[in-house]
Design a protein. Sequence first.
Length: 201
Amino acid sequence: MTLPQNGCETWEKRLFNAFASPVDCPWGRADGKNGESSVLVPFFPGRVSPKLLFLRRSANLRHHAGEICFPGGMREERDYGPLSTALRETEEETGIVPSLVRPVGIIDPEFAAVSTVRIIPVVALVEGFDQNKLKLSPGEIDGACFADVESLPSNPVSKTVMLRGILHEYPEYRLDNGWMIWGVTARILRRVLARLKGGES
């Protein structure tokens, strides 16, 4: 994927132009069947291109163990809306405080194929954070990786899987450290990158 090469200000402007202004609408009433969550899609300034932060979930977790994901998690009763949930979970998982996060936009939800959880992605820019000072949540997150947006392919490999008689499609992205992004995280990533390139309305 290629972004403009005229410096940090240019890609930041493109980022904010690509997404609607974020509004933290309140969570609706939980239906008691399918869980709801939100994730932060966190962009960081980089020397060549912006970077995205990905986390690796602990292998000991009950759900989605060992998977590569964005910071985020399930809504809690105290959360006002998806933005509140994403900021709270990001601080818990990485130590990045909300005051360093500039929300850029909220995009339409995705659904996890296995758990059927509804996931609302919140795109954001993180400023003034030392990327060497992540504080990963013990027992929940066992790794982190910053990936240059330029290193992510515009046309990722597409895979399919059959679950409960339904065929699901998802892209795959392999990071420079060998991590594989697939499933709902990869679908969110594909949509975000398409917005930046002007390929999605």
